[in-house]
Design a protein around this ligand. Structure first.
Ligand code: CMC
Length: 427
């Protein structure tokens, strides 16, 4: 691939072209400022590759999502979450020996330091679970400061395993705390996902058996959310990590970023919206509002920065929604009816067709989680649980990059130029 040529004013610069293994070619502008004295302007990073990565690839036009090359629908159907964690972290699907070493290594770390139970008690009972998860994740660095030296690969590995193992316990305890029930300790005879459901839904007073169909559906939700290349929260983790911050602090930064309704908070917002619509006859009113430029309303669970065909995760999620609601005998659930009809109407509407707005992963995930018995305030914490492995894989990749340096974007300054201070009596 020949260099790109950039002409501006009297200058002409040759910029190297980089070829990825998949996706568009990339113009390397690293020397642009040094050689040309100019910056590029790209708010929202719509055209900027911020790093090199071997982990996840999305083809937005094809509606394709690959983890380490493997398509998401195959992983959702044939694999399971801990195997996907191994794949994301180490680059290959594990052999059976590697898997039987990895799974117990994670399982042995599911308990939280007992002092953390007291730490939870400092939160208000009515605190949103997402606020608690964000706070507790950040606090891990004070409980496990023997794994915060990022220059030591062994400590990085321990921190990795700790976070993947403990995030289900942290999330389940945030839920238990919010409903005033006692914390349920992890049971290591259960698999990763069943253990999470057990910690959420069992109480000491009664026996609770996890339904394997629900566990499988939950596991699939984890797999579908495990990574999504350089999205806002992952970029936040990388940026926080670029300063050398400890891994727990970096992942807490990711949780904070995920919280917003344009990102991980969309699943909660989508279910709230479906409930607000309530009945199929009210859909046209909401479609009209979504199209009205003077109305800030957007159809939550629709549209994506990268997917301009369909979100492959949404397809799997829709099948799971049918399966879970069928199992629970609530396939006529009015929210699901509104969701299906809304999807149909929006996909036939020229506004949505022209703007390539398709249902995203969050459109159906809320319906499944609701049917399982989770309140909507738990949806984004569950997304954070699943995405923790993706954030860690991306953070580890960044740390091991020999040319890694602190992230420091530039700006297009539009404020006042130099002016002298004026004493208050002369203003
Ligand atoms: N409803 C109605 N109109 C929409 C929507 C929507 N959900 N999404 C985008 N548009 C319109 C938008 O008004 C704009 O119109 P125009 O060109 O006339 O100004 C056009 O489509 C492009 O929108 P954009 O905001 O420039 O697109 P973006 O790539 O910056 O935004 C998005 C992507 C996901 C933030 C946006 O589609 C959105 O706000 N969707 C609703 C929230 C949501 O479901 N988020 C979950 C994303 S998937 C989970 C995740 O990865 O975290």
């Amino acid at each position: 691939m020949t260099d790109a040529t950039l002409k501006f004013g009297e200058k002409e610069l040759n910029l190297p072209m980089l070829s990825p293994t998949a996706g568009p070619d990339v113009i390397d502008i690293q020397k642009l400022y040094a050689q040309g004295g100019v910056f590029t302007y790209d708010p929202g990073f719509t055209s900027t590759a911020s790093c090199q990565s071997k982990i996840t690839f999305i083809d937005g036009n094809k509606g394709e999502l690959l983890y380490r090359g493997y398509p998401i629908d195959q992983l959702a159907e044939k694999s399971h979450f801990l195997e996907v964690c191994y794949l994301l972290l180490y680059g290959e699907l594990p052999t059976s020996e590697q898997l039987s070493e990895f799974v117990p290594r994670v399982t042995r770390h599911t308990m939280l330091h007992e002092q953390m139970a007291y730490f939870y008690r400092g939160f208000r009972r009515d605190a949103p679970p997402m606020a608690v998860v964000c706070g507790v994740m950040g606090a891990l660095s004070s409980f496990y400061h023997d794994s915060t030296d990022i220059t030591d690969p062994e400590q990085r590995e321990i921190a990795t395993v700790r976070m993947i193992a403990k995030i289900p316990t942290i999330t389940a305890w945030a839920y238990k705390y919010s409903i005033g029930q006692p914390f349920v300790y992890p049971k290591n005879e259960l698999d990763y996902t069943s253990n999470f459901l057990h910690m959420c839904f069992s109480v000491p007073a009664e026996k609770y058996a996890v339904d394997p169909i629900l566990s499988r559906a939950m596991d699939r939700i984890f797999t579908l959310h495990a990574d999504h290349e350089q999205n806002a929260s992952t970029s936040t983790v990388r940026l926080a990590g670029s300063s050398g911050a400890n891994p727990f602090a970096c992942i807490a930064a990711g949780v904070a970023c995920l919280w917003g309704p344009a990102h991980g908070g969309a699943n909660e917002a989508a279910l709230n919206m479906l409930r607000e619509i309530g009945t199929v006859d009210r859909i046209p009113e909401y479609i009209a509002r979504a199209k009205d430029k003077s109305d800030p309303f957007r159809l939550m669970g629709f549209g994506h920065r990268v997917y301009k065909n369909f979100d492959p995760r949404a397809k799997v999620m829709k099948e799971s929604a049918d399966e879970v609601l069928g199992l629970m005998g609530i396939e006529n659930n009015p929210t699901l009816q509104v969701a299906k009809e809304l999807e149909k109407i929006a996909l036939e509407d020229p506004y949505f067709i022209e703007k390539k707005l398709y249902p995203n992963v969050d459109f159906y995930s809320g319906i499944i989680l609701d049917a399982m018995g989770f309140p909507s305030s738990m949806f984004t914490p569950i997304f954070a649980l699943a995405r923790t492995v993706g954030w860690i894989a991306q953070w580890k990749e960044m740390i091991s990059e020999p040319t890694q340096k602190i992230g420091r974007p530039r700006q297009l300054y539009t404020g006042p130029t130099y002016r002298d201070y004026v004493d208050v009596e002369n203003r």
